[in-house]
Design a protein around this ligand. Structure first.
Ligand SMILES: Nc1nc2c(c(=O)[nH]1)N[C@H]1C(S)=C(S)[C@@H](COP(=O)(O)OP(=O)(O)OC[C@H]3O[C@@H](n4cnc5c(=O)[nH]c(N)nc54)[C@H](O)[C@@H]3O)O[C@H]1N2
Ligand SMILES: Nc1nc2c(c(=O)[nH]1)N[C@H]1C(S)=C(S)[C@@H](COP(=O)(O)OP(=O)(O)OC[C@H]3O[C@@H](n4cnc5c(=O)[nH]c(N)nc54)[C@H](O)[C@@H]3O)O[C@H]1N2
Ligand code: SF4
Ligand SMILES: [Mo]
Length: 764
């Protein structure tokens, strides 16, 4: 049965907002009627209607989804961005954060000039210097650190869409395997490692869900709508509109739970018990895809024996869900197979046993026959394009460990020029996967397994992103050198020795955005306007630093256009050609469904879906997922849960004038009945104190029936303490500062962050 929802198209999506309506009138070139209407109303034309409109191609950097955009500017000023209709990730639409890109760019609090520290670390006292001074100084510090402790003693943290230049290219040219991205060990590592272990392919940046054909969508956590990735919301809305069944498992009645056929308000941390019970039902009631499993899966008998005891009755007291609800939802999932799957989720570093939970999810998808089939989980293909030619990197063995591509997983860890492997404890503290950012803090403090003495932080919100920020501050105090590259005076900037202010994504060229996808594609970024103030693009900084450090052979290009055109030439294109063709190259025609008549599509050692993991067994881990209870909140405490707000990204947009106006502070969600029992009042300000005595700033109470009584919830990214952020400073509470502990996932190196507890305090 189709629901009444409209198919989301560019036209009705735009019509649904005022901004969109304005975009339509402009896009269709009907300027004169607008001018006439304004004149009749006695209003002047706005400034952006009084000049030649320049359009530039870019990909949005307001969040890591990176939708293709068209930037509109007049007389050197950006006035709006639109979704690029040719771009597979935006399809001509944008989310609210994307629309705020000009507001982010024109934030008056931006970093304006290169700076060198004059006060103590953490004090935030700097002098503005020239680029030559800042670069010479930083290069000299890096050179001395490398000389004394080896190039591996420099760590590079990188995120946001320019991170390639530092966390990938510069790190590998310089020679450090200690490059890390928060999007791995603080986000996706468990799902990537579980996917490679179970079916031999990573998930990659774009979750390969065949939304067009799916008939039953199961979400574990994944709070689509609050997690406002543009195309995911479009795809979900379209599937829901077609009548696809929706099952949401979340201790909180999330936005998407309100659209669900079934909401399972699970006890936090009990998901693996639910997944095992679902497996039990699928197998004992023989509801799974038998021929698919017989042909393509290994270890079914062991799995069947393993889950025999995990009945819905067993799971009920653990999950706080009724056996009937568990049975019924398993039957709905199976009734729709193979057009039925559990969506792989994105932020999955929850409790430290996360790779096993993700394995259980993928095993269910295997039993549903969803892999490589229409309406299931497709196989992303990477676009073809050559790298810019460069000499072999100083880090040997692989990519610095933070951007490992499919098939690059090997037993050998990459090595720096002095023969040192990563210092994050890979293979020792955890089995496999990308470099774990939070584990690189430890060698800064202890010097073990070898000292990390310098840190380059590019586009990473160090003190709001990595749990246990107090430990990070202690580590920062011990370093010989800290270089921060950012656009805003975020909290960690005060701890840097040198600050490079970057031009924002609308003001610069950048590396191509090469996207494995159902329709693999390449997007470009070009500047719409000159950089504001004395800011420079990341590629320029990386090159200037490289030239000062004897890395000329890696930085042969004279201009960024030359770099980009050299790469594009390998596929018969160029920047000009891309501009003439809507700023995107879509490489059509690559198959995304498996050809099951051919060789196995599964790149595991056995060539089959590994329900039972031989690799985990050999490494001493449970070869089949096991439910491990999580610690209970102490008396009087709640488990601290967190998530997204549709109009904010992490801790980076709270200061953006437009978005600050729309949602200036976060709230703490507390169950209404529990709150009433404690004499709490709706909307009053309270403080939160965690199990180790860490305190939040004052935060507004939201008493609601939309959350269980044993947990509280808040939007991540607020509660920043950065005086230079005039809108965000001191607004709301910080989840990160209440996360004094995390639990390391021993398989993927992910940092489980939902293991902290808070109590509510009524005075400061
Ligand atoms: N607006 C916006 N959208 C974003 C981002 C952003 O910053 N802003 N960031 C993007 C990025 S990089 C990521 S990784 C994603 C993250 O978004 P998701 O991957 O959707 O994040 P999750 O952590 O899965 O989802 C948080 C949900 O999990 C629920 N939850 C908490 N504990 C449990 C539990 O024990 N079990 C279950 N079943 N549910 C639980 C919470 O109540 C909440 O509804 O969002 C992306 N989209
Ligand atoms: N407590 C807690 N921790 C989390 C999460 C959570 O929900 N709660 N989420 C986790 C997840 S899923 C992820 S993916 C990570 C995200 O981690 P981060 O990417 O570190 O998060 P942001 O707060 O967006 O930080 C981006 C930083 O880049 C800067 N920046 C913005 N644009 C540019 C630019 O053009 N150039 C440069 N050089 N800098 C720029 C911003 O000012 C900011 O300092 O956080 C993880 N950590
Ligand atoms: S989802 Fe929104 S913020 Fe993220 S890239 Fe797309 S438009 Fe930008
Ligand atoms: Mo993330």
């Amino acid at each position: 049965m189709a629901r009444t929802a409209l198919q989301i198209t560019r036209r009705n999506f735009l019509k649904s907002s005022l901004l969109g309506a304005a975009a339509l009138s402009l896009g269709s070139g009907t300027l004169r009627p607008v001018a006439e209407a304004l004149a009749r109303a006695g209003l002047a034309l706005p400034w952006f209607r009084k000049g030649q409109i320049k359009l530039s191609y870019n990909y949005c950097d307001m969040c890591p989804w990176r939708c293709g955009i068209v930037v509109h500017s007049v007389n050197g000023q950006v006035y709006k961005v639109d979704g690029n209709p040719a771009d597979p990730k935006s399809r001509g639409m944008l989310c609210g954060r994307g629309q705020a890109a000009p507001s982010f760019m024109y934030d008056p609090d931006r970093l304006r000039a290169p700076m060198i520290r004059t006060g103590e670390r953490g004090e935030g006292k700097f002098k503005e210097v020239t680029w030559a001074e800042a670069l010479d100084y930083a290069a000299e510090k890096l050179r001395l650190t490398g000389q004394a402790f080896g190039p591996e003693s420099v760590a590079v943290f990188g995120h946001t869409s320019g991170d390639f230049w530092f966390a990938d290219y510069f790190a590998q040219a310089w020679g450090t395997p200690n490059a890390a991205k928060p999007s791995s060990s603080l986000c996706t590592s468990p799902r990537e490692e579980a996917a490679k272990l179970t079916y031999g392919l990573p998930i990659g940046g774009h979750e390969p869900v065949d939304w067009d054909g799916i008939n039953c969508i199961t979400l574990i956590g994944s709070h689509i709508g609050e997690d406002s990735r543009n195309t995911v919301m479009q795809d979900f809305a379209n599937a829901w509109g077609r009548g696809a069944k929706v099952i949401v498992v979340d201790p909180r009645f999330s936005t998407v739970a309100a659209k669900a056929d079934y909401w399972l308000p699970i006890k936090p941390g009990a998901d693996t018990a639910l997944l095992l019970a679902w497996l039990n039902v699928l197998i004992t009631e023989e509801l799974y895809d038998k021929s698919f499993v017989a042909e393509w899966a290994n270890g079914f008998d062991k799995l069947a024996a393993h889950v025999a005891e995990f009945t819905p009755e067993w799971a009920a007291p653990i999950t706080d869900l009724s056996p009937d609800l568990i049975r019924e939802t398993a039957r709905v999932m199976a009734a729709n197979l193979p057009r039925s799957s559990i969506i792989p989720g994105r932020h999955v570093t929850w409790y430290g046993n996360d790779t096993q939970r993700m394995r259980a999810i993928y095993i269910i998808n295997a039993l549903l026959g969803a892999y490589g089939r229409e309406g299931g989980i497709y196989f992303s293909k990477s676009p073809y394009i050559e790298a810019y030619p460069h000499p072999p990197f100083a880090v040997t063995g692989s990519s610095g460990g933070c951007s490992a591509e499919p098939g690059q997983e090997s037993d050998e860890l990459p090595l720096g020029p002095s023969g040192k492997a990563r210092a994050d404890g890979a293979r020792d503290k955890f089995l496999r996967g990308a470099t774990a950012m939070q584990e690189l803090i430890e060698p800064m403090l202890t010097g073990q397994p070898y000292p990390i003495k310098a840190l380059i932080v590019y586009g990473t919100n160090l003190l709001n992103t990595v749990p246990n920020p107090q430990r990070t501050i202690e580590a920062l105090k011990k370093l010989d050198f800290v270089l921060a590259i950012d656009v805003l005076p975020q909290e960690h900037i005060a701890w840097a020795d040198v600050v490079f202010p970057e031009a924002t994504s609308l003001e610069r060229y950048d590396e191509l955005w090469v996207v494995p996808h159902k329709t693999p594609y390449i997007a470009m970024r070009e500047p719409a306007v000159e950089p504001l103030y004395d800011t420079k693009p990341g590629w320029w900084m990386a090159r200037e630093l490289g030239l000062r450090l004897g890395l000329e052979p890696y930085f042969k290009w004279q201009t960024i256009e030359e770099y980009l055109n050299t790469r594009l030439m390998s596929i018969g294109s160029s920047l000009d050609k891309m501009r003439a063709e809507n700023g995107v190259i879509v490489q059509e025609g690559k198959p995304y469904l498996a050809d099951f008549s051919d060789a196995s599509p599964f790149a595991t050692a056995s060539g089959k879906l590994e329900l039972y993991s031989e690799e985990l067994a050999q490494a001493g881990f449970d070869p089949l997922p096991v439910y491990e209870p999580v610690d209970e909140p102490p008396q009087g405490y709640f488990r601290l849960l967190y998530g997204r707000h549709p109009l904010h990204t992490f801790a980076k947009t709270q200061n953006t004038p437009l978005l600050h106006e729309l949602y200036p502070e976060n709230e703490v969600w507390v169950n209404e009945d529990v709150g009433a029992g404690q004499g709490l009042r709706q909307g009053e300000y309270v403080w939160l104190e965690n199990q180790d005595g860490a305190r939040s700033g004052p935060v507004k109470l939201k008493l609601t029936q939309r959350i269980r009584g044993d947990a509280v919830y808040m939007v991540h990214g607020f509660g920043q303490m950065a005086p230079g952020l005039s809108n965000a400073n001191g607004q709301g509470a910080s989840d990160t500062k209440l996360q004094t502990v995390y639990k390391l996932d021993p398989i993927s190196g992910g940092a489980g962050m939902r293991v902290n507890f808070v109590r509510i305090v009524k005075e400061a």
